[in-house]
Ligand binder design. Structure first.
Ligand SMILES: Cc1cc2nc3c(=O)[nH]c(=O)nc-3n(C[C@H](O)[C@H](O)[C@H](O)COP(=O)(O)OP(=O)(O)OC[C@H]3O[C@@H](n4cnc5c(N)ncnc54)[C@H](O)[C@@H]3O)c2cc1C
Length: 399
C-alpha cells in the first residue's frame, strides 16, 4: 500500500492543523502534555470531547450512519498523529471504541437510539467491568452473580482494575447468570448506571501515585433486564468481539510523538558538554526503535484498511496490542536513560493543571518517569502479552 500522503490527505492534514490551532487551547495542551497515565483526567477531557463532538470528529472509526465522519484509514491516522504531536488530551475510549461498536452489532434499536448519541455527545462516560480478583486472563471464571428477579437482575460481587470508574456514570459489564454447563455459556453482558443503589467504588493508587483504577463493589444492585445486550448467556461472544476492538488499537501515532520527545531530551547538552544522542550505543538504540516503530505503523495501516473494508481485526488485534504496548515500554525506558538523574524527584503536584510549583525535573521530561511507571502495566491490561501470544499462536499458527 502507498503510505505517502496524497494531495487530498495533505489538504485534510492542513484542515486538522487549523482545527487544532483554533480549538486546542493552551490549557488543553498543558493537560495533554502533563498526562503521565493512560488517559487524561476530566475536566480537560470533557472540554476536548465537546470540541471534537461539535466538529463531528469524536468517533473517527464509526460508520457515517451512526455519526462517524466517514474518514478513510489514512485520514484517521493523520488525525491521531496530529492530535498526539499537538499534545491533545488523551480521551477515554470505553464509549467510542468499546461499548459503541458492541451496541451497533448486538444492541436493540432502542438501545442504539438511546446510548449511541449520548456516547457521541459525551453525556455518558463509560467504564469497563470485566476483570475480577482471580479472573483476569482467565476471564471466563468470573463470578459476579446476576440473579433474575422479575424485570431486573440483582447483582452481587466485585470488579477490579476498573479504569476511571470514579468518573464514569455508566458501566458495561460481564456477569454470571448461570453456573451450569460450560463456563462461557453462563455469562451475560449488561449495562448499568453507577449511581444505582448498592454500587460503590474504592480507589487503587498505582506505582506512579496516580488514581486511574478502582475496585467496584455490588451489593444487591438492581439492573433492568432491558439493559441486557444480546441474549442471556451470549456475553462471552460479545466480550470477545469487544476485546478485538480494545486490542486492535492504533499505537504508532502516539508513540511517534513520545519518541520525538525522547530524541529531543537526548539531544540536550549535559553538564559535561556532551549529549546522550551522540553516544554510539544510545544512537543504536534510537535507530532500532525507530525501525520497529515504522514497522508497527505499517502493520497498523494494513489492519486498519481491513477494518475499513468491514472486516474484524481478528488475531491481528493481539499482534498490535502486544507490539504496541511493548514498544511503549521500550520508548519510556529510553526516556529514563535520557533524563538521567532527573528521574529521581517524585513531583506529582508539578503535573497538576494550574500548578504554581516550579518543578525540579526539566519541563521536557516531566512525564518521563510517570509514563515509565505507568507503562509497566500496559503489557498486562487489556490482556497480557503472554495471553496475546497464546491467541496468535492458536489463531495464526494453529496450535
Ligand atoms: C492499569 C490497569 C488497568 C486496567 N483496566 C481495566 C478495566 O478498565 N476494566 C477491566 O475489566 N479490567 C481492567 N484491567 C484488568 C486487566 O485486564 C487484567 O489485569 C489482565 O487481564 C490480567 O489479569 P490479572 O491481573 O488477573 O493477572 P493474571 O491473569 O493472574 O496473570 C498473571 C500472570 O500470569 C500470566 N498468565 C496468565 N494466564 C496465562 C496463560 N494462559 N499463559 C501464559 N501466561 C499466563 C499473565 O501473562 C501474567 O503475567 C486493568 C489492569 C491494569 C493493570
Amino acid at each position: 500500500m502507498d503510505l505517502a500522503l496524497s494531495p487530498a490527505d495533505e489538504a485534510f492534514r492542513s484542515e486538522v492543523r487549523r482545527f487544532l490551532d483554533e480549538k486546542l487551547t493552551p490549557d488543553l495542551r498543558d493537560a495533554g502534555k502533563k498526562t503521565g497515565g493512560v488517559l487524561t483526567d476530566p475536566p480537560a477531557t470533557a472540554k476536548w470531547h465537546k470540541a471534537l463532538y461539535e466538529k463531528g470528529w469524536i468517533a473517527p472509526a464509526w460508520p457515517k450512519e451512526y455519526g462517524g465522519p466517514g474518514w478513510t484509514e489514512m485520514q484517521r491516522y493523520v488525525f491521531s498523529s496530529e492530535c498526539a504531536s499537538a499534545h491533545a488530551p488523551i480521551l477515554a475510549n470505553f464509549g467510542t471504541r468499546m461499548c459503541g461498536p458492541v451496541l451497533m452489532r448486538f444492541g436493540t434499536l432502542e438501545q442504539k437510539a438511546f446510548y449511541l448519541p449520548r456516547i457521541l455527545s459525551g453525556e455518558d462516560y463509560w467504564c469497563q467491568g470485566y476483570s475480577e480478583p482471580g479472573s483476569g486472563s482467565d476471564l471466563a471464571s468470573l463470578q459476579l452473580k446476576a440473579v433474575r428477579d422479575g424485570d431486573h437482575y440483582v447483582l452481587n460481587g466485585t470488579k477490579i482494575w476498573t479504569t476511571h470508574a470514579h468518573f464514569a456514570n455508566r458501566m458495561f459489564c460481564l456477569v454470571r447468570t448461570s453456573s451450569a454447563g460450560k463456563r462461557q455459556e453462563g455469562i451475560t453482558f449488561l449495562l448499568l448506571e453507577t449511581k444505582t443503589p448498592g454500587f460503590s467504588v474504592q480507589p487503587i493508587i498505582t506505582l506512579a501515585g496516580d488514581h486511574e483504577v478502582n475496585q467496584c463493589f455490588f451489593d444487591n444492585v438492581r439492573v433492568p433486564v432491558a439493559n441486557r445486550v444480546g441474549e442471556e448467556g451470549q456475553g462471552w461472544t460479545i466480550a470477545k468481539y469487544l476485546l478485538e476492538f480494545e486490542r486492535g488499537n492504533a499505537y504508532a501515532a502516539a508513540l511517534q510523538a513520545k519518541f520525538a520527545a525522547v530524541r529531543h531530551a537526548a539531544r540536550i547538552e549535559r553538564n559535561d558538554g556532551t549529549a546522550l544522542a551522540d553516544d554510539p550505543e544510545f544512537k543504536r538504540k534510537l535507530a532500532e526503535t525507530d525501525i520497529e516503530l515504522q514497522g508497527l505503523m505499517v502493520t497498523e495501516h494494513r489492519v486498519m484498511s481491513q477494518l475499513a473494508q468491514g472486516q474484524n481485526p481478528g488475531p491481528a488485534s493481539s499482534l498490535l496490542k502486544a507490539r504496541g504496548t511493548e514498544m511503549s515500554q521500550r520508548i519510556t525506558e529510553l526516556g529514563i536513560e535520557a533524563l538521567s538523574f532527573y528521574v529521581a524527584p517524585f513531583e506529582p503536584e508539578a503535573r497538576l493543571q494550574g500548578a504554581n510549583v516550579a518543578p525540579v525535573v526539566p519541563e521536557h521530561g516531566l512525564v518521563f518517569m510517570p509514563q515509565y511507571l505507568n507503562t509497566r502495566a500496559a503489557t498486562i491490561y487489556g490482556g497480557s502479552s503472554e495471553v496475546q501470544r497464546n491467541i496468535m499462536s492458536k489463531l495464526i499458527l494453529g496450535f
